[in-house]
Ligand binder design. Structure first.
Ligand code: URP
Ligand code: ZN
Ligand code: ZN
Length: 461
């Protein structure tokens, strides 16, 4: 059914104006003033509301076999959670273990999403080993529309690759015109520090941060940047948590390395004291890189304001506190890493960014939607509001006062890292390609509406 969103204030990364949006089929077909509603169309009154392009989370984990267990969400639960939070596109990391067949993994991850997602989605293809078959395998994945890779410099023995593999992956990515996203921590340094701490009897979740201090992350970013410089690859640093890592990326960009920086919502609002909470509650806040000292949070907001940070994602990786996080009682290295937040990113970024006066609405849209669309080959289909774009729209009530709680969340996990936190603003109505998926903040749509988004390589040699 055709859709008319009337009387709203449209906000994109670079414009703000009052107009009506007319959507036919799956696209926006007209934007103008005083558009009338034909009898067969649905009209949504957005008076007093902001209308944003659908938000994009470029870093989530949904199907994730990791640290002896599996992340808790399915595409059904994660996409519902994303949608009620205003996110209409997810980009998930495919994470095969080093011994898995990469093409089988690619098909497995796709099968977990097919027919199950309420929102659109794409994948970054994890390269967790590089052998003689890898170039052909990755060419097939790129031909299937997945124009971005993921590498881990951390997680020795699980997803982590060595320097030879990193060099060959980046060279191939340069040739294919594919951007490489990277988890940057020096795996060997982490392993040494973990063993030292455990042998000193330091076993609780509060020791997770000292096992991966800022220097470990900065070395990872510096390392990636060096290899990107040598190969000419375009690289994207995921989940940047601290000032030394930002500085390493800044130096690389200044000398011409094609490098972009993501931070994730937890680092902007939480700090290491959460992981120090007593009675093992700190385990709820264990993720990698770890939550840092408050000074790093300030550095991240400064980098957001100066434009050094390109995107705010989540790194959504949900593990229950009971039974899963508890696997690491007595040994912090066994606590499944991750903080669930796909549902909370947009409201918390609005609350602590826009409503707190740290960023304006345009920067908010760019960080949470437009820049990811541009970097990952989705723009202008996604990430903006213009005729021809997908009708992914968020009618946002900036005056709504709400509260986060595990009791009311859609994410399939038994806690919230933000329990009881107030939020300002809410995604009231959310559409995906013209289909209303959320009304009054509740999922009301089709669970199988989401499509896999194919993308073209953008910067081949
Ligand atoms: O703690 C995290 N970040 N868990 C998910 C896996 C990853 O490193 O992105
Ligand atoms: Zn990571
Ligand atoms: Zn991740």
């Amino acid at each position: 059914m055709a859709l008319l969103i009337k009387n709203g204030e449209i906000v994109t990364a670079d414009s703000r104006y009052k107009a009506d949006i007319w959507c036919e089929g799956e696209s926006i077909t007209r934007i103008g003033s005083g558009l009338s509603t034909p009898p067969a169309a649905e009209a949504i009154d957005a008076t007093g509301k902001l209308v944003f392009p659908g938000f994009i989370d470029p870093h989530v984990h949904i199907y994730l076999p990791f640290m002896g267990t599996f992340a808790k969400d399915t595409y059904q639960t994660a996409s519902r959670a994303a949608l009620v939070g205003g996110t209409t596109t997810l980009i998930e990391m495919i994470c095969p273990s080093r011994t898995d067949d990469p093409l089988e993994s690619y098909e497995l991850w796709k099968s977990k999403a097919a027919g199950q997602s309420g929102c659109d989605y794409a994948f970054h293809m994890g390269v967790t080993r590089f052998d003689e078959k890898t170039p052909e395998t990755l060419q097939r994945v790129v031909d299937d529309g997945m124009a971005s890779f993921k590498v881990f410099l951390a997680y020795k023995g699980a997803f982590g690759i060595d320097d030879g593999e990193l060099y060959r992956t980046l060279k191939l990515a340069r040739k294919l015109g594919v951007i490489v996203t990277a988890h940057c921590e020096n795996a060997e340094a982490v392993w040494q520090l973990q063993q030292q701490l455990l042998s000193d009897g330091k076993t609780g979740p509060e020791w997770h941060e000292p096992s991966r201090p800022p220097a470990v992350e900065a070395e990872g970013v510096q390392h990636l940047a060096t290899f990107a410089e040598l190969t000419g690859a375009h690289v994207y640093v995921v989940h940047t948590s601290c000032e030394p890592a930002l500085a390493a990326a800044r130096r690389a960009r200044e000398r011409g390395v094609q490098i972009w920086v993501e931070t994730v919502l937890p680092y902007l609002v939480l700090d290491r004291t959460y992981a120090e909470r007593p009675d093992f509650e700190g385990a709820k806040y264990v993720m990698s890189p770890p939550l840092r000292e408050l000074s790093h949070q300030k550095a991240l907001w400064n980098a957001i304001q100066s434009g050094q940070i390109d995107t705010v994602a989540t790194d959504h990786a949900p593990f229950d506190f009971h039974k899963q996080k508890e696997m690491g009682r007595g040994d912090f290295t066994k606590i499944p890493n991750g903080i669930p937040s796909v549902e909370n990113r947009v409201p918390l970024l609005y609350t602590h960014g826009v409503a707190a006066g740290r960023i304006d609405l345009h920067r908010f849209v760019d960080l949470a939607s437009t820049k990811a669309a541009r970097l990952f080959g989705l723009f202008p289909r996604k990430g903006t509001i213009q005729p021809g774009a997908d009708a992914d729209l968020v009618v946002f009530d900036p005056n709504h006062a709400g509260m986060i709680s595990a009791r009311t969340q859609q994410m399939n996990v038994d806690y919230s890292a933000f329990e009881g936190w107030p939020i300002t603003g809410r995604a009231e109505t959310v559409t995906v390609r013209g289909q209303v998926q959320v009304r009054n903040g509740n999922f009301v749509g089709r669970q199988d509406h989401g499509q896999m988004l194919r993308r073209d390589p953008s910067h081949g040699s």
